[in-house]
Design a protein around this ligand. Sequence first.
Ligand code: AMP
Length: 415
Amino acid sequence: MAELDLSKKVADRYLKREVLGEGTYGVVYKAIDTETGQTVAIKKIRLGKQKEGVNFTALREIKLLKELKYPYIIELIDAFPHKGNLHLVFEFMETDLEAVIRDRNIFLSPGDIKSFLQMTLKGLAFCHKKWVLHRDMKPNNLLIGSDGQLKLADFGLARIFGSPDRRFTHQVFARWYRAPELLFGTKQYGSGVDVWAAACIFAELLLRRPFLQGSSDIDQLGKIFAALGTPSPSQWPDMVYLPDYVEYQYVPAPPLRSLFPVASDDALDLLSKMFTYDPKVRISAQQALEHRYFTSAPLPTDPDKLPRPAPKREPKASDFDSHEGPTVLSPPRKSRRVMPGRDGFEGNSLQRDKVEDNVGNSRQSAGDNTGKNDPAPMSLDFSVFGLKPPNRPTINSADRSHLKRKLDLEFQQPE
Ligand code: AMP
């Protein structure tokens, strides 16, 4: 069988080294490609009950990703099935943007932030040009090489695989980076969802912590509206027709400057265009790249001059034990009116930064903001992560099956 021949390849060609981490889809190993001497990262994707082989649709999609070659997108060097798992071989990357943002020893200059955002948008614009959506944009999916080059990783994988069950099951798909149209349950969406996520990453680079840390989809929308103002139907006419639309109390938009006191006017102008509610009006990745922010002083820092954390990877939040995931006590109902509440938004609290500094790791505090102190909306998710650091929200099984249904990319049992 073809699979047997292919399976030899892992032993024959790639020399496995240490485990780099466990991600959304499975374990990632460091390995040496014995044919080229190149260090690579091999992602072993669990295929659940699927033991006999790999669906051809998935392999076709993977082949498409192999064609997606660009300096700002991680290169998929090889892909092969082995013992019922799919192995994806990527170029090895030293670190990721999450590690940069959370490293308190690193000072990020305005030029550095510009450079990281520019590389992110270059990768996105290329993929959107090729009609590929990322759909799981977040800082730890932006990998950084030894030359400082940032590359989008996990590109298209969300589309192909959805995501396996995680310990922190929840109705999320990287919730903190989720566009409002997704949170309102849109069935049709486009590249704007990635631009929204890129805006969240831009904001995170400016603030050095996640901007909108919702503890449930309802709370996420509340956080968004508290920060950016509740959208009016004239601002976003299609909003009221979205499947999960819930009316939120009107909150006027505070000046963006009050949330990002040290950002330049150009940075704020671009940020506001990326955070446009109506996805039809939201700036595209390509248009964002053409914004004057990137040509005004200071210019983007050369990638090889960008600050990077010490090469050794730190253990991630996912390495810690945690309590069970949050329990949904009551599903949201359309008729409910939800109060975004300014108090629930703590995105720009400098004091909070200080507390995080004391903890020593800003990410660890991400789950502190789980709504415990928020004014109670009428529908609540209680996210009780306990004392240990929480994981960032990821795709849950409900989302996965939803995605799979939508995309009709279910792995099939062999006949
Ligand atoms: P992921 O499945 O992408 O979340 O990755 C799980 C872990 O493997 C994370 O710590 C990643 O930083 C690491 N990782 C993923 N891809 C690579 C790569 N190409 N090079 C180095 N480390 C990687």
